[in-house]
Structures are given as structure tokens and as C-alpha cells.
Ligand binder design. Structure first.
Ligand code: ZN
Length: 156
């Protein structure tokens, strides 16, 4: 698993345990290159969701991308990491239970914003400000790269 901080691919699993009432395995990982610590989850994927972009292009739904964008928006916010995990799982469950395999990127963005707005205003504003450009760019990778951690350029 590649280190999200420095890009090193040789990271170590320090701890594995059941999570979310045994629907997931939570692994704590450590990057020997930069000392970074992060968490990964292994879980059953019941449905393969497809994201329909505004351009009409189809792309497999990627939970990791969604998670990355939310974690960046929530960086250094006084919200428990567990709460963020629950929030992400909640969003994915909502998407999975919509009864459709195809979901528009617009709907996903709106659900994320709605959820963030209830949990943390600053995280919501960060996400929403980039989301506007995202709709124009129609490119989730660009979207994630534009969501910068606080301190990288702008004073808080
Ligand atoms: Zn690293």
C-alpha cells in the first residue's frame, strides 16, 4: 500500500483488527520512509457502482478517491478520525442503497456536501469551494489535487 504522504510503496502493517461490527478489517500502517501513519480498511464490496460524469463518461466508483477528498477537506479539523470513517461509510452505504448501479458525479458531490455541512462547516466550505471547479473540470483526480491541506499556501 502506497504511503499517502510521501508515495513510498513499502509500508508496514502494524495492527489489524475487525471494525464496524466485523464488516471491515482495519489496518494501521506505518511508512518507514517518512514516519507517516495511516489506516486502511478491507471490506466486502456488494455492488459495483459506476460514476457517470457530467460529460457522460463512465468510471468505476472509487471509495479511496472519495475518502481522500474528504480527509483532505477535514484535515486538522477537530473531528475524531472514527467519526470521519463513519461518515464515509455512511455516504457509501447511501450510494449503494440508492437502487441504481449508475450514479452521477453530481449526486455524489451533493451527498458529500450535505453530509459535511452537518459535521463541520470548515470542511464543508473547503470541499464545496473546490467542488464548483470540479463540476467544470469533470475530473475527480484534478478535484482531489486541488483540495490542498491547510497550510500549503493559504494561512489559516
Ligand atoms: Zn511515507
Amino acid at each position: 500500500m502506497r504511503c499517502p504522504f510521501c508515495g513510498n510503496v513499502d509500508t508496514q502493517v502494524k495492527d489489524s483488527r475487525p471494525a464496524e461490527d466485523h464488516v471491515a478489517i482495519r489496518r494501521r500502517r506505518f511508512c518507514p520512509a517518512c514516519g507517516g501513519r495511516f489506516t486502511t480498511y478491507e471490506r466486502v464490496q456488494l455492488r459495483d457502482l459506476v460514476v457517470i460524469k457530467t460529460s457522460g463518461k463512465r468510471e468505476d466508483f472509487d471509495r479511496d478517491k472519495l475518502e481522500r477528498s474528504i480527509r483532505i477537506a477535514m484535515q486538522k479539523r477537530p473531528v475524531e478520525p472514527e467519526r470521519i470513517d463513519q461518515m464515509i461509510s455512511g455516504i457509501v452505504r447511501r450510494l449503494e442503497s440508492m437502487g441504481e448501479t449508475d450514479i452521477s458525479s453530481k449526486v455524489i458531490g451533493e451527498i458529500v456536501m450535505e453530509t459535511l455541512a452537518r459535521i463541520d462547516t470548515v470542511g464543508y466550505v473547503r470541499f464545496a469551494s473546490v467542488y464548483k471547479n470540479f463540476q467544470e473540470a469533470d475530473d475527480f483526480d484534478k478535484f482531489v489535487s486541488e483540495l490542498r491541506p491547510p497550510g500549503a499556501g493559504d494561512a489559516e
